[in-house]
Ligand binder design. Structure first.
Ligand SMILES: Cc1ncc(C[n+]2csc(CCOP(=O)(O)OP(=O)(O)O)c2C)c(N)n1
Ligand SMILES: [Mg+2]
Length: 362
């Protein structure tokens, strides 16, 4: 019997959990700029995340999907994607969306249930958040097809979770990206949980990256808490896409340090020990230790940055809280080109009820 095909999946990590280099580091890490920017952006993302959860707890925010633990993936993608690349995001990419130009206030609006936040001109040709799982992978393949037909040198990046990789949409998108050699990067934020379903019972394959092999495309695994490993992998995948050499699947190993959303309570299905162990690997402390050792970051800078971040967040928050709510008919107005009769009646009723003294129980 002959072996007719063999494949390997690489895993890359540069910094240990305690911030020590595990192998020679790439040249660009010899200068502080990029790494310090990654650090600052991760701190901003985390402080913002804490703030939004606090707002939700006090009734000032809708149901919110925390990005705690995914900061490294967000900031590296945000840095390496060019303005004319296209982001096709899911619901844990709001730091990335902000790095691509979405204002903090608009991001808050979206999570506050105000769709105007999802339609900001600052998003350019980026897509709005996808809440339906994995459908965005197909949208990304569609956009990448258009880019390919036009002969443009742009990449499409789509992000999804580990759970999403079990869906037909995801596998179909990989397949078409392979046969048509589309300029797309599939970033899987493998945070080990799909709500209460652990990675171990999500899929029998030892890696999710190996799903790329079935589609004949590049696939690799990286430490999703290590900005250097992410940078190397993402930069290569984007270059590959922009040069017309085809798609890449990157499986970034992270951990969802939060509940699934503010509507979830993860203590009901996962152990404290597992969570504690995951905190040892989280991305911010690791990079902070490395930066301290290089003498590129110190306590004074930390305090100053934390303070500046609080001010940035407060400004966005003031803007969000001061803007009046959208008109109630917005609920209906963008659903149809021509509104069916039954909805016209409902629309009128909504408007009447929203007026002061309106009968809310009609
Ligand atoms: C098509 C579809 N089915 C089910 C859901 C409900 N749902 C919301 S999040 C989620 C789990 C997704 O897990 P994963 O892909 O790992 O992403 P994570 O939330 O962990 O980042 C499910 C099943 C949905 N939003 N869309
Ligand atoms: Mg997940």
């Amino acid at each position: 019997m002959d072996t007719i095909y063999q494949a390997q999946i690489s895993y890359s990590q540069f910094l240990s959990e305690t911030g020590k280099p595990l192998q020679p580091l790439p040249d660009w890490t010899g200068q502080p700029d990029t790494l310090v920017r990654y650090y600052r952006n991760m701190v901003l993302a985390r402080q913002l995340d804490n703030k939004i959860i606090a707002l939700q707890r006090t009734g000032q925010m809708g149901t919110y999907a925390s990005l705690l633990g995914a900061e490294a993936i967000e900031v590296v993608l945000g840095d390496l994607m060019q303005r004319d690349d296209v982001l096709v995001p899911y619901y844990r990419n709001h730091a990335l969306q902000m790095l691509r130009g979405l204002s903090l206030a608009d991001m808050l609006r979206y999570w506050g249930g105000d769709e105007r936040g999802n339609a900001s001109p600052a998003m350019g040709e980026d897509f709005p958040n996808s809440v339906p799982i994995a459908t965005q992978a197909l949208h990304a393949a569609g956009v990448a097809t258009a880019i390919k037909i036009r002969g443009e040198k742009r990449a499409v990046v789509t992000v999804c979770g580990d759970g999403a990789t079990s869906k037909g949409d995801f596998l179909e998108a990989l397949n078409v990206a392979g046969v048509w050699q589309l300029p797309v990067v599939f970033m899987v934020n493998n945070n080990q949980w799909a709500i209460s379903v652990p990675r171990s019972i999500q899929c029998c394959a030892p890696t999710l990256a190996q799903k790329a092999i079935g589609a004949g495309i590049r696939g690799e695994q990286v430490d999703g808490n290590d900005v250097i490993a992410l940078h190397e992998s993402i930069a290569a995948a984007l270059k590959h896409a922009r040069e017309g050499k085809g798609p890449t699947l990157i499986e970034a190993i992270s951990y969802r340090l939060s509940d699934h959303t503010t509507a979830d309570d993860a203590t009901r299905y996962r152990s404290n020990d597992e969570l504690k162990a995951a905190w040892e690997r989280e991305p911010i402390k690791r990079l902070q230790t490395f930066l301290h050792e290089q003498q590129w970051w110190d306590e004074l800078q930390e305090t100053a940055w934390q303070k500046e971040v609080s001010q940035i967040i407060q400004q966005g928050l003031d803007d969000f809280l001061q803007q009046p709510a959208p008109p109630v008919e917005d609920l209906i107005d963008y659903l149809y080109a021509e509104l069916p009769e039954a909805l016209q009646e409902q629309r009128q009723r909504l408007i009447r009820n929203a007026q002061p003294g309106g009968n809310h129980h009609e």
